[in-house]
Design a protein around this ligand. Structure first.
Ligand code: MN
Length: 382
């Protein structure tokens, strides 16, 4: 039986790599649903190639363009975010790949969980914003969310077969981004182009800037907390510039398990789709003799304050990670549009967190309201 996939965010970095995997294993997987935010051209090309049952374009202004381009094919075309949330409910969908960017991924993933779908989750913001609600829903529906994020896939792989063995700590590795060796004074003046030039990974713009600020690692700490039910005090970030060790688990007997590999997202995406089995990937493999060195260092939160902001937000809990995430999405967009500087990003987040009121046990509607409020506040910070 082929696994039928709904790829939410099919035109992004994770989405296109998921389609690569379908191309390699057409007998194992098929694209049932493809959705895109704005990239109508690529969505049309993908639909023509993969012949899904349904496509959705979030930007409603592009509905006619997509509809007309696919009019000679038996493909259903919808538009708008509500449609994305609805199409995952189909009986013909087996696995939902959450590869959208930011807060927009949350509602469709909640729908998919409610309808009992398997989830392969790349969209870390979903867990950052609403981790406790998602976790509760997953438990109710008895669904294990399989991580696609490389660090969390590494931990997930390290935990295979460990059943209830107690975890002493999770060690999330971080490349340190393009500015690891620069001073704070140098980082103050970095350009958008420099920030988009990640040393090891090719990713979308949002996550690449998050990597440069290390907010990405902060979001991943929160993501790991919810995925693996480990307190934040037991989640450590370790800078590992070579990105070969993708993350580690230390058990209470002192044993440390790590997952290693070349930096390539095809592996964690494919593993999430085939778990608990593995399928061959034709790519370069690690050559330990050629590896010159694997180095590790502590992250510098003076140079990368976003990492500390994320730890503070999850320690405070409630709606604070949601507020932080919304402010970060605005701040990153401002940085990409050259409306703020690199350290303007952490400043916008910090001020937004101070201004939005705290809710201890937010409902989904509280979180949607907090997200909206935080975006407004963040936009008005000078
Ligand atoms: Mn990651």
């Amino acid at each position: 039986m082929k696994k039928r996939l709904a790829i939410l965010g099919s035109t992004g970095s994770i989405g296109t790599q998921t389609l690569d995997i379908i191309s390699c294993y057409p007998d194992f997987f098929e694209a049932e649903v493809l959705t895109a935010n704005n990239n109508a051209e690529l969505l049309i090309t993908q639909a023509r190639k993969f012949n899904p049952n349904t496509v959705v374009i979030a930007n409603e202004d592009k509905y006619l363009q997509v509809k007309e381009a696919l009019s000679n094919l038996p493909i259903k075309v919808f538009a708008g975010n509500n449609s994305i949330a609805n199409v995952v409910e189909s009986d013909d969908v087996d696995i939902v790949i959450g590869a959208m960017v930011g807060f927009s991924g949350l509602i469709p993933i909640m729908h998919a969980l409610e309808y009992g779908k398997k989830i392969a989750l790349a969209n870390k913001e979903t867990l950052v914003v609403a981790g406790s609600l998602i976790k509760k829903l997953g438990e109710e529906k008895q669904i294990t969310i399989i991580p696609v994020d490389s660090e969390h896939s590494a931990i997930f792989q390290c935990l295979a077969g460990e059943y209830k063995n107690e975890i002493d700590k999770l060690i999330l590795t971080a490349s340190g981004g393009p500015f690891r060796t620069k001073t704070r004074e140098q980082i103050e003046k970095v350009t958008v182009k420099e920030a988009l030039n990640h040393p090891n990974w090719t990713m979308g713009a949002k996550v690449t800037i998050d990597s440069a600020t290390m907010m990405n690692k902060g979001l991943e700490v929160i993501e790991a907390h919810w995925l693996f039910d480990v307190p934040v005090s037991k989640i450590e970030v370790l800078v590992h510039p070579q990105s070969i060790v993708h993350s580690m688990v230390q058990f209470t007997d002192g044993s440390v398990k790590a997952q290693l590999g070349i930096p390539d997202m095809h592996l964690p995406i494919q593993y999430a789709l085939t778990y608990p089995e593995r399928l061959k990937i034709e790519s370069d493999k690690l050559d330990f003799v050629k590896l010159s060195q694997l180095t590790f260092e502590k992250p510098d939160t003076n140079k990368f304050p976003c990492l500390a902001l994320a730890y503070n937000a999850i320690e405070k809990g409630g709606n604070m990670p949601c507020v932080m995430n919304a402010a970060n999405e605005i701040a990153v967009q401002y940085f990409l549009n050259e409306k703020t500087t690199f350290y303007g990003i952490s400043k916008i987040i910090e001020e937004t967190i101070q201004k939005v009121s705290f809710i201890k046990n937010p409902s989904i509607n509280d979180l949607i309201a907090s997200d909206t409020e935080a975006r407004e506040v963040a936009k008005n910070i000078k």
